[in-house]
Design a protein around this ligand. Structure first.
Ligand code: GRF
Length: 204
């Protein structure tokens, strides 16, 4: 199965996907990595593994709609059948979601529906969790629908939050979980074992 990965940053989640494709765990091929940031280290990770890496410069497109069309074009020209958002910080257009309905997987560093949606990205997610005083947090892998960080949940896994945890410490703990459950979800998708029933996901 042909996979396209969208990133905006360091790409450690991308790296875990690359590793799990190369070790045979994931029965798929990453055919393109696309970023909206020219300095996203994830583009370098792709290049190191001979994976096509593309910077789509938002400055070349006058609005988000047209930017999304450019990204869709790039995905289609690489035969992408599954889109993975791995730390991708741009909003997908309605047409994007329609085009890849239930074939877009996102990883979010909290237990959705907590600490998600507009403004909750990167360290901000963990600051909110630490400040709230939750005793568990974790990560969520889900199919993407029209809302931000919503959509049918595929896998969630928890981490304990200690009283003395800083947001950075919690981020490290959650990132370890992300690197585990994102490849798991992609593996299940490639094996055709995920069924979306209403707004829930059945794993067969
Ligand atoms: C991760 O915490 C991910 O959950 C969030 O953005 C971060 C991306 O990290 N969406 P990386 O670029 O995969 O290292």
């Amino acid at each position: 199965l042909k996979i396209g990965v969208l990133i905006s940053g360091s790409g450690t989640n991308l790296q875990s996907l690359i590793d799990n494709v190369e070790n045979g765990q994931i029965d798929g091929k990453i055919t393109v990595v696309i970023s909206n940031k020219i300095d996203a280290y994830g583009l370098e990770r792709a290049r190191k593994h001979n994976i096509k890496s593309v910077f789509v410069d938002q400055k070349n497109y006058q609005d988000s709609e047209i930017y999304n069309e450019a990204v869709i074009k790039e995905l289609k020209s690489n035969g992408v059948e599954l889109v993975v958002l791995a730390g991708y910080l741009k909003i997908l257009s309605r047409n994007f979601i329609e085009t890849y309905r239930n074939r877009i997987i996102n990883i979010h560093p909290s237990l959705i529906p907590s600490f998600c949606g507009k403004g909750y990205y990167g360290l901000k997610v963990h600051e909110a969790a630490v400040n709230y005083g939750v005793k568990i947090s974790g990560a969520t892998v889900h199919f993407v629908d029209e809302e931000a960080d919503s959509g049918p949940i595929i896998i969630q896994e928890t981490v304990k939050v200690d009283f003395k945890d800083t947001p950075e410490k919690l981020q490290k703990k959650v990132l370890k979980i992300e690197h585990k459950i994102l490849p798991q979800a992609v593996k299940l998708f490639c094996e055709g074992r995920l069924d979306v029933v209403g707004r829930k996901v059945e794993i067969n």
